[in-house]
Design a binder for this molecule. Structure first.
Ligand code: KIV
Length: 291
């Protein structure tokens, strides 16, 4: 926080070690309406994933606008290869922890695979459980026209929905690869139509994952709701990254779109190595660290 009361000061990447150049206007709670206003004003939206209380508190204090309780928890928390095994109970557990740490950021929770695709009533019940039990403020769902009815049913209950188009990891078995999506005209056209449909039925935002930057820019210019990109270039209204990737906790994943802002794997490895050595040599605890 800067010396000016109520102003959040953002830090440049620690890798560059350059401090604070720009500020957000206030510390008010971020709402879906505020995100739409931010797009209108041309103010970029910073979104990041979190899965627990402590990290949610840290990233909220650092000024993130939206915290996504992503089903990427399946990869970075549970060690699964895909996001498919994640259950509703597990998402609710993570979201509940994140909500307690988030003071300013809007908390959006992913609806896990198999809880919304088949039937709009099941989708509504899943979304209601997320909202009621975790106190998250919105849900995110992967897909376009094929899940329209489920999205509409959830919206009709007053639950804000964020769409997710492009590379939708819950469909990895259909795609067969994590390569860039919508490079062909037919898929690009469908994506634009889906984005317009999501806006029309009342979604408050859309995540676009791993698609050509020119297409993402076109989508962002075609809708009035915020478009948040991951691997979708700079022509959109905001960016989202998986926290473990951008902090260098998970170093096995290095796609072209990822910028690493820290090397926490090395920091943690060195700190823990130091601790192990202190224990083995009886250096820890010393007299001052004992009762
Ligand atoms: O689950 C997740 O973390 C996501 C982001 C990659 C957008 O959906």
């Amino acid at each position: 926080m800067s010396a000016l009361s109520g102003i959040v000061t953002y830090r440049k990447p620690v890798i560059e070690n350059i401090m604070s150049t720009y500020t957000s206007e206030d510390q008010r709670k971020v709402t879906t309406m505020r995100l739409i206003e931010m797009k209108r004003r041309g103010e970029k939206i910073a979104m990041l994933t979190a899965y627990d209380y402590s990290m949610a508190k840290l990233i909220d204090e650092a000024g993130v606008d939206v915290i996504l309780v992503g089903d990427s928890a399946s990869n970075v928390m549970a060690g699964n290869v895909t996001t498919l095994p994640m259950t509703l109970d597990q998402m609710i557990y993570h979201a509940k922890s994140v909500v307690k740490g988030a003071r300013r950021a809007l908390v959006v929770c992913d609806m896990p695979f198999g809880t919304y695709q088949g039937n709009p009533i099941e989708a509504l019940n899943s979304a209601i459980r997320i909202m009621k039990e975790s106190h998250a403020e919105a849900v995110k769902m992967e897909g376009g026209a094929e899940i329209r009815e489920s999205i509409e049913r959830i919206l009709s209950a007053g639950i804000p929905v964020m769409g997710h188009l492009g590379l939708t990891p819950q469909s990895i078995n259909k795609f067969g690869t994590y390569a860039v999506r919508a490079k062909e005209e037919a898929e690009a056209n469908k994506l634009i139509e889906d984005a317009k449909m999501l806006e029309e039925i009342g979604c408050f935002g859309i995540v676009l994952e791993k698609i050509p930057a020119a297409l993402a820019k076109r989508v962002a210019e075609s809708v009035s709701i915020p478009v948040i990109g991951i691997g979708a270039g700079g022509g959109v209204d905001g960016q989202v990254l998986v926290m473990h990737d951008m902090l260098g906790i998970n170093k096995d994943f290095s796609p072209k779109f990822l910028r690493r802002y820290a090397d926490l794997a090395t920091i943690i490895n060195e700190a823990v190595g130091h601790y192990v050595s202190d224990v083995k040599t009886s250096d820890f605890p010393n007299e001052k660290e004992a009762y």
